[in-house]
Design a protein around this ligand. Structure first.
Ligand code: ZN
Length: 108
């Protein structure tokens, strides 16, 4: 556990972002998701894709499905395309963003 109340490694850098769960006032509650960053620009958000198996009982097999969410990236966490990231649910920050990146591991 750390300042943000999460079981993740806190970022080494510091930031001044109000919307940072570690250094700002953003509260993280609800779901924790892990996925892969498929789009990360210089802007403060990234698109994260999750893959999961959906079982089809008729064929007793799974089909691979994927879903994408946009997430806010605080300045103290660096996210590049292909990184494995952990997202925490937070309040809606914009029309489509209600998750924030809390952890990023390079090239997974
Ligand atoms: Zn921060």
């Amino acid at each position: 556990m750390n300042a943000a109340g999460l079981e993740v490694a806190p970022p080494k850098k510091k930031c001044q972002d109000e919307r940072c769960p570690f250094h700002g006032h953003l509260k993280v509650r609800g779901r924790l998701l892990s996925g892969k960053a498929v789009s990360a620009s210089e802007k403060s958000f990234a698109v994260v894709q999750m893959e999961y198996l959906h079982m089809v009982p008729k064929f007793t097999r799974g089909e691979r499905r994927r879903s994408r969410v946009s997430a806010h990236v605080p300045p103290c966490i660096e996210v590049r395309e292909g990184d494995a990231v952990t997202l925490g649910e937070c309040r809606p920050l914009s029309k489509t963003i209600s998750f924030v990146v809390v952890e990023s591991r390079r090239g997974a």
